[in-house]
Structure formats: structure tokens, C-alpha cells
Design a protein around this ligand. Structure first.
Ligand SMILES: *Cc1c(COP(=O)(O)O)cnc(C)c1O
Length: 426
């Protein structure tokens, strides 16, 4: 296969591409095994819960007795290894979904303990830490404490044990993905260990996991290893690139019911919520999700191997165990980061003619550049990359609906850097 049949890629880069793909082959085989396991897990959930085209027509108005919505929620629960689940297009983002789960379960006077250091940026406002936000958990009298990560960026088990001895926490909070930090993502094995520590010290404490970017990257999900509640976004992994918006919450039945009361109204809960014809997209997206996550993982592995070979620091390394779909590439210079994003955008299926420029963003001190040529606005299960314009000029990239197209986007990022004189290829 010659990519140069379709794209202007330097001959040396094309040769290197072949070598890198060979290097990735054993890792791709391992990803395929995880994909197949999860695909069968999801297929059997479809079959056992009686998924049916006739049930997916959708509801209007209050949305009472929406059979397709109920079937989809049963499938999602089974896919997440949980007792119960909510999956709705009315969740506007991952942050909104996590917010509903937190407010659903926590009460004034409760204290939450975050086991994985500082949470993802948008969650800070929900907790009401670092900056004041109206209507935060802090405003409602929920206290927040955290255990910082160790120097190597992993959860500090000793400190967590000590903290759990000091008082009774209503909830222990775990963030699976690295988000925009340089710490490693948590493997399910680590989540299992943390759940064990919490339950041993304090059996009544609810363990909640921010599952964003982690779904289907491994064979087990957090609820299968002791987590009580998880939540995530449908424009990331579990939407399979097909869900146009939405989120999900899964976990213990009683907790999911509490979240449902907050999602709509106390006393009404999950019985309402018109699906407006979106059930088909959410159902198809969930069905494709294990495969699409596999494609995104392959894209991340390939990008790590290629850019490491080109002399850049990458985390995770191409052959490291992954707990999410995010790849960080440290490009070292302002010009390098800009060329990387421009190249990636030029290989996107949508808006390839757009040239991204660094610009100020609310909440960031430095300008940010973003490459995203996606079918769904902001969807990060589709190939995308961004980074703040400050040293070490790192790009966080993720997604890729199909390795065979996302691979071109990554290679074109390298091509653009070559043209800008930011890399040399032998
Ligand atoms: C994306 C993400 C969120 C929030 O999702 P949005 O859809 O951007 O609101 C929360 N936590 C983590 C770790 C994420 O990656």
C-alpha cells in the first residue's frame, strides 16, 4: 500500500511508516484480542436483553414507557459489568453526567475523598475547588479532600489508607484517565487495588470512577472490580463515534436510582425522558464502541512509535500498558506543535481545508491550538489533538474512528513537521 498514491508524503517518511507498522504488529494483535472480547461481551448483552429494531422508534413528550430506552439501559449495564445504568442523550457532556452522579449521591455534610490527585479541569468547578463557582458541591455543604499522587504520578496507597482511617468518607473518587496531565492512566488492575483498600478500611464508602476515555480499553470495567458507580461521555469511547451527544451512569441499582432522581426529578426519576429518535444512534454507537476504541488504541500506539522514532518524548511509550486512548507527544517547540496540529487537521475527513491557529481559551493561561476534523463537534473518539502553547509544547492526541484513516492523519502531522524543518528523517 502506498499512501503517496493519495497524499504528498516524503519518500523517507513513507519508508519509516512501513517499519513502524511492522514494529506495532504484535501490539495491534493484542489490541484485537481485547476488541474481540469486548465486542462479544456487547453482542451477548444485545442478544440477552432482546435488542430489536422495532423498539428503537423513540418517544416524544414525557417519554413514558420507552421500550428502546429501557433495553439500551439494560445493555449498557451489562456492558459495564454493572447492576444498572442510565444512558441518555439529555446528558450534555461528560462533566454534566459526572455532576448528576455526584449530586445524585452526595448530601450536605458529606465528604468526598479523591484518590487520584487533582481531578480533570472541568470537575474542579463542580466540586468548587480552586475557583468559586455558583451552585458547586461546596455551595451545598459537601466537603472535598484529596490524596496527591506520588512523585511518579501513581496513587499513594499508604497515604490513602491513612486518610481513610482519620474519618468517615461518603465517597472515594477515582479518575481513570490521565486527562490533560502527564501522569499515567489507571489500569483496571490499579482501580481494583484502590477499591480493595477503600472497602477494607471503610466498607460503606461509595467508590465512584470517572470512566471517561477508559471504556473498552481493557477486558474489565471498574464495576467488575469493586467500583460502585461510574460515569462517562458518549462523544468519547462508548458512543462509538455514532452517538451525537449524551452520557451514561452505571453501577449499583440503588445508586443509579438516586442519580435518576437528580437527572429528572425526585419521585419521577428514570421513567421519563423522550428519546426523540436518538435511541438508534446511541444503540448503534454502543455496538460499535469496542471496535472503534480498538482503532483509537492502534492509532495511539502507532503515533507513539512513530514520534518516538523521530526523537520525541512520548507518554505512554508505544508498548506500555494503556488504560485510556490518550497519547501525549512532547514536540519541544512552538513551531513543532503548530505544524503537528496543522498536519493532523489536513488529514481529517471533515474540515481538512481549515488551518488551526493558536488562540486564547477560557480557563487557560496560554494560547491553545486544536486540531479536530470531526463529524460530531468536540468528539474526541474521532482523531483530534490539542495543546497549550507553552514549554514543553506537548500535544495530547486521541481518537480515530478507523486506524486506516487516522494513520494518515498522524503521518501527515509528521509530514507537516518535516516541511517546517522541525524533524529530520534518515
Ligand atoms: C473528557 C473528560 C471529562 C469531561 O468530559 P466533557 O465531555 O469534556 O465535559 C471528565 N473527566 C475526564 C478524565 C475526561 O477525560
Amino acid at each position: 500500500m502506498k499512501i503517496s498514491n493519495f497524499f504528498a508524503v516524503d519518500e523517507r517518511l513513507e519508508k519509516l511508516d512501513g517499519e513502524i507498522r511492522n514494529r506495532c504488529t504484535p501490539l495491534f494483535e493484542a489490541i484485537d484480542r481485547t476488541t474481540e472480547y469486548n465486542q462479544l461481551k456487547v453482542l451477548s448483552a444485545f442478544i440477552q436483553n432482546g435488542a430489536s429494531e422495532a423498539a428503537m422508534t423513540g418517544s416524544t413528550g414525557y417519554g413514558y414507557d420507552d421500550r428502546g430506552r429501557e433495553i439500551l439501559e439494560h445493555i449498557m449495564a451489562q456492558a459495564m459489568g454493572a447492576e444498572d445504568a442510565l444512558i441518555r442523550h439529555q446528558f450534555v457532556s461528560g462533566t454534566h453526567t459526572l455532576t448528576v452522579a455526584l449530586f445524585g449521591v452526595l448530601r450536605p455534610g458529606d465528604t468526598i475523598l479523591c484518590l487520584t490527585g487533582r481531578p480533570y479541569d472541568t470537575i474542579l468547578g463542580v466540586f468548587g475547588i480552586d475557583r468559586k463557582t455558583d451552585g458547586s458541591l461546596a455551595d451545598f455543604g459537601v466537603r472535598y479532600e484529596e490524596v496527591p499522587l506520588t512523585e511518579s504520578g501513581v496513587p499513594d496507597e499508604t497515604a490513602i489508607r491513612e486518610k481513610l482511617k482519620t474519618k468517615s468518607y461518603k465517597m472515594a473518587y477515582i479518575q481513570r484517565s490521565r486527562g490533560y496531565s502527564t501522569r499515567p492512566s489507571l489500569t483496571v488492575e490499579v482501580i481494583e487495588k484502590l477499591c480493595g483498600i477503600v472497602k477494607e478500611q471503610s466498607p460503606q464508602t461509595i467508590v465512584m470512577v470517572d470512566n471517561c476515555y477508559g471504556e473498552f480499553t481493557e477486558e474489565r470495567e471498574p464495576c467488575e472490580v469493586g467500583a460502585d458507580l461510574v460515569a462517562g461521555s458518549l462523544i468519547k469511547n462508548p458512543g462509538g463515534g455514532i452517538a451525537p451527544t449524551g452520557g451514561y451512569i452505571a453501577g449499583k441499582h440503588a445508586l443509579v436510582e438516586q442519580c435518576a432522581a437528580r437527572m429528572t426529578c425526585p419521585g419521577v426519576g428514570r421513567e421519563v425522558g423522550a428519546t426523540l429518535g436518538h435511541t438508534r444512534e446511541l444503540t448503534m454507537g454502543l455496538f460499535s464502541a469496542p471496535h472503534v476504541v480498538g482503532e483509537a488504541l492502534k492509532t495511539a500506539v502507532y503515533a507513539a512509535a512513530l514520534f518516538e522514532e523521530l526523537g520525541f518524548a512520548v507518554t505512554p511509550r508505544f508498548d506500555e500498558k494503556r488504560g485510556d486512548i490518550i497519547q501525549c507527544v512532547t514536540l519541544g517547540t512552538r513551531e513543532g506543535l503548530i505544524a503537528f496540529c496543522k498536519g493532523m487537521q489536513s488529514g481529517a475527513p471533515m474540515d481538512s481545508f481549515v488551518s488551526p491557529e493558536p488562540a486564547p481559551m477560557p480557563g487557560y493561561d496560554d494560547d491553545v491550538i486544536m486540531a479536530a476534523g470531526a463529524f460530531t463537534l468536540g468528539a474526541s473518539i474521532e482523531l483530534s489533538a490539542d495543546g497549550p502553547l507553552r514549554p514543553p509544547f506537548a500535544a495530547w492526541m486521541q481518537g480515530g474512528l478507523h486506524f486506516h484513516s487516522a494513520h494518515a492523519g498522524v503521518l501527515l502531522a509528521a509530514q507537516k513537521m518535516l516541511e517546517a524543518g522541525e524533524i529530520t528523517v534518515k
